[in-house]
Design a protein around this ligand. Sequence first.
Ligand code: HEC
Length: 249
Amino acid sequence: MPLSRASLLSRFLTTGHLAASLAFAHDPITTPLTWNREISRVFQHRCMNCHCPGGGAFSLTSFSDVRPWAVAVREAVGARSMPPWNAVKGFGEFRDENSLTQEEIGLITGWVNGGAPEGDPKDAAALPASRGPRNSEPAARALPVQRVTSLSAPATLIGVRIRSLPPDGETRLVLQQPGADLIPLIWIRGAARGAPTNYYFRTPVRTVRGARILSWTPASQSLPRLEILIRLAPSSSHGPFRGHSPVAE
Ligand code: HEC
């Protein structure tokens, strides 16, 4: 039996973002939140450094860019898959950590559920000049992370670089120093598409002689390729690492 036009249409309408935006076109506006007032500001702060022309992901800088993506945006922020970030919150602290607050997720969700209105152009925020690539840091030495990475001389750990990680990969790094509690450095989980590769600690960590970085990866997984980023101490006459390598396994 041939499909009726209505059922073809409804099949078409259930196949993704287009469906969402078409369906929305008829939805009543039931929220006081608007793109021009609250939502564009959240996007500026959290999304536009990547989602802008030349920024690595499709543009989400204007109402007309964002509107067709409204439902996908709600889903992505609700699942915390956007902004992409591969470090588990609360295990280590990072500069440039870009995850949304619960309040911001609530604003975006409320706005989409309420019909995603544009609002008054008078409320529009001025777009900032592009901030350019973030997450860059001047010269650092990168040490490959092993299961146990011993630092043979005091150093300053400034961050972690992910070289490669399986899609559902997981690894925890902690710092063990003589006579001190373990310090969580980073818990990497999931290789989110578009996520940064460099994670800089909010506060660089100074190590003492005998420090070791321990890594835990589930036994079922191969060790991901990670590097610990270290700043060389400018004042040390010998440099922090004598010999050809600062790392002794
Ligand atoms: C660190 C860069 C970065 C940031 C910040 C970022 N995104 Fe993304 N986003 C990406 C990349 C890369 C893609 C994949 C783009 C592609 O496939 O063309 C993507 C894809 C998406 C998609 C498509 C569906 C999906 O999940 O793949 C949506 C929706 C989205 N982003 C929304 C957002 C929102 C909303 C924000 C801010 C709250 C945000 N993104 C912040 C990089 C980023």
